[in-house]
Design a protein around this ligand. Structure first.
Ligand code: GTP
Length: 556
C-alpha cells in the first residue's frame, strides 16, 4: 500500500456521544463487517464493555475504502470516553494523524469533549468535528456548531452533521478522513521501526503487540529487537486488525497491525516500546509518559491457596492495562495480596470486573484510598480546604465551564453521581491532578481491648472522624463473636476515644450439644473448632475472624 493512501485516525468524544455506534457504521460501509452480523458495537470486545455499554480498551480496525477510483487503507483506533481512561486515549492519539471529534447534537460540548480536544490539539492532529444524533427530536446542530467555533476555534463550515444510528451522512465522514487527514509521515525505504501502542496476552500464543509501523517493513521470520529490554525475537505471525486478526506476510511503514514474536513474559511487551530489526538498530521512539495512579485499593485472594492464580491473572491483566500500578502487600488478617493503583474509581471497578470475568478470580477489594503526604509539624492545624473556584468560561449563553480545586478523596467516591443527580444529568465533569495540598487530616486508630488493629487504621478528615469511627466500631461489633471475656472496641484519635462498642462475655461450649459418649463426634467438633480458629487472627487476647476484617475493609 502506498503510504499516501493510508490514514490513521481515532474517534474521540464525551461518553455516550456515539463513538462506538459511528465505528460500527464505518466498519459496515467499508464492508469490514457485514450489516447482517447483529454484532453491535463490534469494537467493544470485552464482556465488561458490553455489559456497561462503555469502551474501556482502545481497539483497532483497518478499513479498506474506495474513494474516486482509489483504494485507501484507513486505520481506525477506537478510544474510551471516560475520564479514567484518558491514558488509553493519549496512547491511541500517538499512533494517529487525525481525529474525529464527536459531539452529541442534543447535549453539545461536555467535559470530556474539552479534555479530549486538548489531547488531540496538543498532539497537533487534524481535527474533524462531527455532530452526531441529528435524528433526535431535540437535536440542535446550529448551537453545537457555534459552541465548537467558540470553544475550539474551528470554523463551523468544517462540522459534519450525521446520525450514526441511521447512517445519515456517515459516508461524508470517510471522505473527510481521506481529504483532511494527512498520510502518516513515514518512509518505507528506511530501517524498520515500530511503536508498540497496545498489547494483550493470549493464553496460547503469548504476547500480541499492536504496533504502528513508523518506518521500513517487517516480515514473518524476521529477527526483531525490543528497544526497552534489548532482547531479540523471531516474528511468528503478523497482520492487520479488521478488527479480528488478519494474518499477512509483511507490514509496511504507515500500517497499523499486530505482531506475535514469541514474547512469553508479560513484561517483554512494554507499551510505548520501539521494535526494530536486529541487523538495523534505530533510535527508540519517544514512548509515553506514565499515567499516574490516584486511587488505591488492596486486593486479596478469597483464599490464600488462590494466590498464585490471582497473581498471574493480575500480571496478565496489567499487561492489557499498564496504567495500573502493582505493589505486593500483606495484611495479617487477609494474608498476602497487592496494593493496586488506578486512574480513577470506574477504572478500578472495571479492572476488578475483568479479573472476575476474564480470569475467574474471586477477590476481596478493600475500600479505595488516595495518596497523602504527611508533614509532621503544626501544618495540620491549617484550616480545612474545601473546593476553591479557580476560573469560569462561558462556552455559550447556556453553558459554562467552571474550574475548581478539590481534595481528590472528596471526588473519588460519589461526587460524580451526586453532581449528575443535582443537575438532572446536565452537568458533566472531568479532572486532572493539581498536586498535594495541606488539609486537616488525622489518623484514626481502632483498638480491641486496648490493642491497635493496624489494618483498620485510616486517614480521615477531622469532620468525618466521628462518623467513620462510629461506623467501624458498629460493624466490628456485629462481626466479632462473643468470647470468654468482655471486648471493648474503640475508635481513637491520638489518646482520645471518640467511639466505643462493647461485646459482652460469653462461654461457647462446642460440646454442649453432645450428650452421651460418642467420642468420634466429639473429636470432629473439636477439630472443626480448631479449624475455625485458624481463620481467626489474635489481637491481644481477642480472636477476630477473617470475616470481620472483610466486613470492615471491603467496599460496599
Ligand atoms: P463510550 O464508548 O462508552 O464512550 O460510548 P460511545 O460514545 O461509544 O456511545 P455509543 O456508541 O455507545 O452510543 C451511546 C448511545 O447513543 C447508544 O444508546 C446509541 O444507540 C445512541 N446513539 C448513537 N448514535 C446515535 C444517533 O445518531 N442517533 C440516536 N438517536 N442515538 C444514537
Amino acid at each position: 500500500f502506498p503510504v499516501d493512501r493510508i490514514r490513521n485516525f481515532c474517534i474521540i468524544a464525551h461518553i455516550d456521544h456515539g463513538k462506538s455506534t459511528l465505528a460500527d457504521r464505518l466498519l459496515e460501509i467499508t464492508g469490514t463487517v457485514s450489516k447482517t452480523e447483529k454484532n453491535k458495537q463490534v469494537l467493544d470486545k470485552l464482556q465488561v464493555e458490553r455489559e456497561r455499554g462503555i469502551t474501556v480498551k482502545a481497539q483497532t480496525a483497518s478499513l479498506l475504502y474506495n474513494h474516486q477510483g482509489q483504494q485507501y487503507l484507513l486505520n481506525l483506533i477506537d478510544t474510551p470516553g471516560h475520564v479514567d481512561f484518558s491514558y488509553e486515549v493519549s496512547r491511541s492519539i500517538s499512533a494517529c494523524q487525525g481525529v474525529l471529534l464527536i459531539v452529541d447534537a442534543n447535549q453539545g460540548i461536555q467535559a470530556q469533549t474539552m479534555a479530549n480536544f486538548y489531547l488531540a490539539f496538543e498532539a497537533q492532529l487534524s481535527i474533524i468535528p462531527v455532530i452526531n444524533k441529528i435524528d433526535l427530536k431535540n437535536a440542535d446542530p446550529e448551537t453545537v456548531e457555534s459552541q465548537i467555533e467558540k470553544a475550539f476555534d474551528i470554523p463551523r463550515a468544517e462540522c459534519i452533521r450525521i446520525s450514526a444510528k441511521l447512517g445519515t451522512n456517515v459516508e461524508n465522514v470517510l471522505q473527510a478522513v481521506v481529504d483532511r487527514i494527512p498520510p502518516p509521515p513515514v518512509s518505507t525505504d528506511g530501517p524498520f521501526k515500530a511503536l508498540v501502542f497496545d498489547s494483550s496476552f493470549d493464553h496460547y500464543r503469548g504476547v500480541v503487540a499492536n504496533i504502528a509501523v513508523f518506518g521500513g517493513r517487517v516480515r514473518r521470520g524476521d529477527k526483531i529487537v525490543s528497544a526497552h529490554l534489548g532482547k531479540a525475537y523471531e516474528v511468528n505471525e503478523l497482520g492487520l486488525l479488521r478488527p479480528e486478526e488478519h494474518p499477512t506476510q509483511k507490514l509496511f511503514a504507515g500500517q497499523v497491525g499486530y505482531i506475535i514474536a514469541g514474547m512469553k513474559d508479560v513484561k517483554e511487551a512494554q507499551i510505548g516500546d520501539t521494535l526494530y530489526l536486529q541487523e538495523q538498530p534505530v533510535e527508540a521512539l519517544p514512548g509515553f509518559k506514565r499515567a499516574k495512579a490516584m486511587v488505591f485499593a488492596g486486593i486479596y485472594p478469597m483464599d490464600q491457596s488462590e494466590y498464585p492464580g490471582l497473581r498471574s491473572a493480575i500480571e496478565r491483566l496489567t499487561l492489557n492495562d499498564s496504567s495500573v500500578t502493582v505493589q505486593r502487600d500483606s495484611s495479617m488478617a487477609l494474608g498476602a495480596g497487592w496494593r493496586l493503583g488506578f486512574l480513577g474509581l470506574l477504572h478500578m471497578e472495571v479492572f476488578n470486573q475483568r479479573l472476575e470475568q476474564e480470569y475467574n478470580a474471586s477477590v476481596i477489594v478493600t475500600a479505595p484510598t488516595v495518596p497523602y503526604k504527611a508533614i509532621l509539624s503544626s501544618a495540620k492545624l491549617i484550616k480545612t480546604r474545601r473546593a476553591v473556584q479557580k476560573n469560569m468560561v462561558y462556552i455559550d449563553d447556556q453553558r459554562v465551564m467552571i474550574k475548581y480545586l478539590f481534595p481528590l478523596n472528596e471526588i473519588i467516591v460519589d461526587f460524580y453521581d451526586l453532581l449528575k443527580s443535582l443537575s438532572s444529568g446536565y452537568a458533566s465533569f472531568d479532572y486532572e491532578i493539581a498536586g498535594y495540598q495541606a488539609a486537616d487530616l488525622i489518623k484514626l486508630d481502632i483498638l480491641l481491648n486496648g490493642r491497635p488493629v493496624e489494618e483498620l487504621t485510616t486517614i480521615v478528615h477531622t469532620d468525618r472522624a466521628y462518623s467513620t469511627g462510629k461506623a467501624v466500631c458498629e460493624r466490628l461489633k456485629d462481626s466479632i463473636p462473643r468470647q470468654l471475656f468482655e471486648i471493648a472496641i474503640q475508635a481513637v484519635i491520638g489518646s482520645k476515644v471518640i467511639a466505643r462498642e462493647t461485646i459482652k462475655a460469653y462461654r461457647k461450649n462446642v460440646l454442649a450439644k453432645c450428650y452421651g459418649g460418642d467420642i468420634t463426634r466429639k473429636m470432629k467438633l473439636l477439630k472443626r473448632q480448631a479449624e475455625g480458629k485458624k481463620k481467626m487472627r489474635r489481637i491481644g487476647n481477642v480472636e477476630v475472624p477473617k470475616d470481620a476484617f472483610i466486613n470492615v475493609l471491603k467496599r460496599k
